[in-house]
Design a protein around this ligand. Structure first.
Ligand SMILES: *[C@@H]1O[C@H](CO)[C@@H](O)[C@H](O)[C@H]1NC(C)=O
Ligand SMILES: *[C@@H]1O[C@H](CO)[C@@H](O)[C@H](O)[C@H]1NC(C)=O
Ligand SMILES: *[C@@H]1O[C@H](CO)[C@@H](O)[C@H](O)[C@H]1NC(C)=O
Ligand SMILES: *[C@@H]1O[C@H](CO)[C@@H](O)[C@H](O)[C@H]1NC(C)=O
Ligand SMILES: *[C@@H]1O[C@H](CO)[C@@H](O)[C@H](O)[C@H]1NC(C)=O
Ligand SMILES: *[C@@H]1O[C@H](CO)[C@@H](O)[C@H](O)[C@H]1NC(C)=O
Ligand SMILES: *[C@@H]1O[C@H](CO)[C@@H](O)[C@H](O)[C@H]1NC(C)=O
Ligand SMILES: *[C@@H]1O[C@H](CO)[C@@H](O)[C@H](O)[C@H]1NC(C)=O
Ligand SMILES: *[C@@H]1O[C@H](CO)[C@@H](O)[C@H](O)[C@H]1NC(C)=O
Ligand SMILES: *[C@@H]1O[C@H](CO)[C@@H](O)[C@H](O)[C@H]1NC(C)=O
Ligand SMILES: *[C@@H]1O[C@H](CO)[C@@H](O)[C@H](O)[C@H]1NC(C)=O
Ligand SMILES: *[C@@H]1O[C@H](CO)[C@@H](O)[C@H](O)[C@H]1NC(C)=O
Length: 450
């Protein structure tokens, strides 16, 4: 939400922290013009069959409270074409850590919209998709050329906010930014129209409208009207719609004291007709999307909060995974825990990069990404990433939240109702006495909390 920071002050900050790459990150206008002529977008295609969908796209608008979005007539129209997710949560504030979380399954304590470059040993959803050569891309409205890494690119006539790096998930990661091929998969809306017309759309995409259209610098009336106008023709495009699941959501809500529940809609050809206009009250977060994409295509987990995240029901129904009911009464997803990307705004700074799981059963059901297992071999995870919601015992973050497997309350046809509740009481972890009953994971967690 620090959208009002002047570019100048940010440039100064960026050049101090990232002097070694300042020329890459903030190209001059001359370089931008040159790159527009020379850097060509890259549009790989693939057709890997998924369990519930063959294409997954998400479009994020900005900073709207659930009730304000739900009251908008254009979003109501869109909701009638699909499934409304009533219990979907952003994971923190402000914007950038949510976009970061959508790619890497963690916020790394980020509590700001600054210029970040996340080390190359942090894996992302692009690495998961690459394990099966599932084509991916990003469509960032008005990014001036594919893979532009600058902090922003303003309207060149009015200098109003237009494209901003903080809303571009994958460019934040060196594992993408250090690879010129991958950079060319981060394209603008002109490329979306080209790819659509040429039937060269990727199977996974993240779509970011500019700061006017995404409601950031306007309001929900404007943003939702833009969204309906953009999406409605696609709903009638048989190439686009074919086995597609499209998520419309928000990066975060706008009232920081609220729960960060964001109004979200699933649309597309993958949705059965009988579910159009219905609601789904399963607990989801932005982490559920990485997990659902993984479960759909049989991909591993990043070993971060995607590991324990609930799966979209459309996928869980195919894999048989039993989601959790999360009691959101005490859930705080409006702030995050300490980490290396904190500036002390809403979380504390800690120099330690969190270590992912290397050995766990995740909701997606296909283990952990090989490079994560290799990179972090013989280390203990920083958090209990198998949880369906983020928590940090050491910082006392979300320790009063409980979750129960959904089947334990809803199996009315089950004759054995006694043993199925898998209650989790995170608060207990820090006071557990060391005992033979501790699992290796729990021991590791305790050690890393010291
Ligand atoms: C950035 O550009 C300046 C001026 O052109 C040059 O002196 C400096 O060496 C460059 N830095 C890097 C890291 O390329
Ligand atoms: C989109 O990107 C292309 C390069 O891929 C560039 O030529 C074009 O000017 C960009 N369009 C807009 C509207 O930013
Ligand atoms: C955002 O994009 C729209 C076109 O989709 C354009 O009309 C508008 O001027 C852009 N906003 C800015 C600030 O350039
Ligand atoms: C860039 O990433 C692609 C996969 O997205 C990979 O095939 C290629 O080897 C990478 N290139 C370099 C130079 O690492
Ligand atoms: C959004 O702004 C427009 C134009 O300023 C206004 O007409 C509309 O009522 C606003 N919508 C909301 C929900 O505030
Ligand atoms: C939908 O995709 C399948 C392959 O996944 C293809 O066989 C079929 O022709 C496509 N249908 C349309 C309308 O594009
Ligand atoms: C998060 O919500 C709680 C409860 O409403 C509030 O006390 C806290 O200040 C909020 N955090 C932020 C960063 O606004
Ligand atoms: C998942 O399965 C349940 C139980 O059969 C059903 O009620 C629900 O509509 C299904 N949801 C989706 C998205 O297919
Ligand atoms: C994974 O954990 C299980 C149970 O804690 C253990 O038996 C197994 O050896 C571990 N595998 C690896 C590769 O560490
Ligand atoms: C980690 O989270 C899972 C899922 O919520 C829970 O079953 C398990 O007990 C937790 N582990 C520890 C050590 O707290
Ligand atoms: C309960 O489940 C069994 C098998 O899953 C099924 O045969 C039976 O009809 C169900 N009973 C009811 C009342 O739904
Ligand atoms: C509920 O799901 C859990 C985890 O998948 C499983 O262990 C348990 O047996 C299930 N309970 C019932 C009653 O199906």
């Amino acid at each position: 939400m620090k959208s009002t920071s002047t570019v100048a002050s940010v440039l100064v900050a960026a050049s101090v922290a990232y002097a070694q790459v300042a020329n890459v990150s903030e190209p001059t206008l001359v370089t931008i013009r040159h790159n527009q002529d020379t850097i060509k977008p890259y549009s790989p295609v693939s057709n890997v069959q998924g369990l519930a969908f063959n294409r997954f796209y998400q479009i994020w608008l900005e900073n709207i409270d659930y009730d304000d979005a739900a009251a908008d007539s254009n979003l109501q129209w869109l909701a009638k074409q699909g499934i409304t997710l009533t219990n979907y949560f952003a994971v923190t504030h402000p914007s950038e850590p949510n976009y970061c979380a959508s790619a890497a399954g963690d916020t790394f304590g980020m509590d700001n919209d600054d210029f970040h470059q996340i080390p190359a040993n942090v894996s992302t959803i692009a690495d998961l998709l690459d394990t099966k050569n599932i084509s991916w891309g990003e469509y960032q409205e008005h990014i001036p050329y594919p893979g532009f890494q600058g902090y922003n690119y303003s309207n060149q006539v009015t200098y109003a906010n237009d494209y901003v790096r903080k809303h571009n998930p994958l460019v934040l990661f060196d594992s993408v930014a250090e690879n010129s091929t991958r950079l060319r998969q981060i394209k603008n809306f002109t490329s979306f129209e080209d790819d659509l017309a040429k039937k060269k759309l990727p199977q996974y995409a993240f779509i970011t409208p500019n700061m006017t259209n995404d409601a950031h610098d306007t309001n929900i009336t404007f943003g939702a009207k833009w969204e309906r106008n953009w999406v409605q023709p696609l709903l009638n495009n048989s190439y686009f719609m074919n086995d597609t699941l499209l998520l419309l959501t928000f990066d975060e809500d706008s009232t920081y004291a609220k729960s960060n529940n964001v109004f979200s809609i699933l649309l597309g050809g993958a949705i059965p007709d009988n579910l159009k206009g219905t609601t789904d009250d399963t607990f989801y977060t932005h982490y559920s999307i990485i997990a659902s994409v993984s479960a759909n295509w049989g991909l591993p987990s990043l070993g971060r909060w995607d590991c324990g995240a609930n799966l979209l029901e459309i996928v869980a129904n195919k894999t048989g995974y039993v989601n959790y009911d999360v009691d959101t009464t005490n859930l705080r997803l409006n702030e995050t825990y300490p980490g290396p990307l904190s500036i002390g705004e809403y979380s504390k700074y800690s120099p330690v990069w969190p270590i992912p799981l290397t050995n766990a059963t995740c909701s997606a059901g296909h283990g952990i990404l090989d490079i994560v297992k290799e990179t972090y071999a013989n280390t203990e995870p920083t958090y209990n990433y198998t949880s369906p919601f983020p928590y940090d015992t050491k910082a006392g973050y979300n320790v009063d939240v409980t979750a129960t497997r959904k089947n334990s309350t809803k199996s009315s046809n089950s004759t054995s109702t006694s043993s199925s509740a898998t209650a989790i009481a995170n608060a207990g972890i820090s006071v557990m006495a060391p005992s033979v009953a501790l699992t290796g994971l729990a021991m590791g967690l305790m050690l890393s909390f010291l």
